[in-house]
Write a protein that binds this ligand. Structure first.
Ligand SMILES: NC(=O)C1=CN([C@@H]2O[C@H](COP(=O)(O)OP(=O)(O)OC[C@H]3O[C@@H](n4cnc5c(N)ncnc54)[C@H](OP(=O)(O)O)[C@@H]3O)[C@@H](O)[C@H]2O)C=CC1
Ligand SMILES: O=C([O-])C1=[NH+]CCC1
Length: 320
């Protein structure tokens, strides 16, 4: 069995293939060419820390794989004397004919890249495809996901302004300085207030652990698109609940939504469709003034597609 570590993953990964892998995973979901369940959660007694398992099978010539991602979600990691990321992961890849383990692939970078690319896929198909404006992007959260989303959205879309807000303002400030330098631009702007950051934005991305809303209904302009990625007490805590009643809400998969978004269903929110249906042009939001939300949970088959991609790329570099 091969071990592909995080440094190697970073050498092999790129945005265009990651985007394609996410599109394929979401599309195959809708075509019933995948198997996955809601993820299991094992909690460390007395702590908020979780081990989460995400097994899946994806049937596809290029991205198909049988795998299982093991994710640890340890919010207390940021309080350590030497802080560690709160979300860490490893992905096991198996031979689908023999069941033999083929590889263990570092899942930290993959989780950041594939989640960001899934948001980009949702933005492209739910929002951009309808010729909607891409002037202002608001990023709420400057943690690992917030930063990778910034890279990803800079790569795929031509926003004139990318606003950044974070609970700890100094981190948003640092990120803005770093990203303006990295891309030799001045489009990244620091925002002290989440309200000001959200008002007027065409696309909003939230990547925080908050359990209280950071996006209020009245702040979001008609027709805007939101990618809600983070999870607090619930996986839908970042957005004021009343906003869901005034929006078309898209999800990535129903198995996860049934458990992790049960709170939304309980208050009467009906999900419009999974993103795969939008990619396949089976569903769309007709009203240009309707707010759209992609409530991203993350799918095991996204990780299967990514580990297959990285595994194949790794073998190619070894056989050169
Ligand atoms: N949908 C999906 O597929 C995936 C979702 N996730 C989720 O994305 C989120 C972010 O992950 P990641 O970037 O790796 O984590 P990080 O620990 O790197 O970042 C956490 C972010 O949340 C902010 N935050 C924490 N508590 C609060 C609060 N009470 N109010 C406002 N902001 C808060 C932090 O701000 P500060 O700097 O001030 O601490 C920071 O910006 C997590 O909830 C994770 O579960 C992760 C992977 C995949
Ligand atoms: O899909 C994923 O890997 C995760 N979603 C929430 C935490 C990790």
């Amino acid at each position: 069995m091969i071990y592909i570590d995080e440094d190697m993953v970073l050498k092999l990964i790129n945005w265009d293939q990651t985007f394609e892998a996410m599109e394929v995973a979401m599309q195959r979901y809708t075509e019933n060419r995948i198997v996955q369940t809601a993820r299991s959660r094992t909690q460390v007694i007395g702590k908020p820390n979780l081990l989460v398992t995400m097994p899946g099978y994806l049937d596809d010539q290029t991205y198909g794989a049988l795998g299982c991602k093991l994710v640890t979600f340890f919010p207390t990691n940021s309080d350590l004397p030497k802080p560690l990321p709160s979300v860490l992961a490893s992905i096991m890849l198996f031979d689908e004919n023999t069941g033999l383990p083929k590889a263990c692939v570092g899942g930290f970078e993959i989780t950041k890249w594939r989640t960001s690319a899934a948001s980009a896929v949702a933005t492209r198909h739910i929002y951009e495809k309808r010729f909607k404006p891409l002037n202002i992007l608001a990023l709420l959260g400057a943690g690992h996901q917030g930063r990778t989303h910034a890279d990803c959205f800079k790569h795929f879309f031509n926003f004139q302004e990318i606003r950044v807000w974070n609970r700890t303002a100094s981190k948003a400030k640092e990120m803005v300085e770093e990203f303006n330098k990295k891309y030799n631009t001045n489009i990244f702007k620091f925002y002290e207030s989440n309200e000001k950051c959200v008002r007027g934005a065409d696309v909003i991305v939230t990547t925080t652990n908050t359990s209280e809303p950071i996006v209020n209904r009245d702040w979001v302009k008609p027709g805007a698109h939101i990618n809600s990625v983070g999870a607090g007490r619930n996986h839908h805590s970042e957005i004021e609940e009343s906003l869901y009643f005034n929006a078309d809400v898209y999800i990535d998969h129903w198995e996860g939504a049934k458990t992790e978004l049960a709170g939304l269903e309980k208050i009467g929110i009906q999900f419009k469709a999974e993103v795969g249906k939008v990619i396949l042009n089976q569903v769309k939001t007709e009203d240009p003034n309707r707010i759209t939300i992609f409530q991203s949970l993350g799918m095991a088959v996204e990780d299967c597609a990514m580990s297959r991609l990285i595994y194949d790329s790794y073998l190619k570099t070894k056989n050169k």
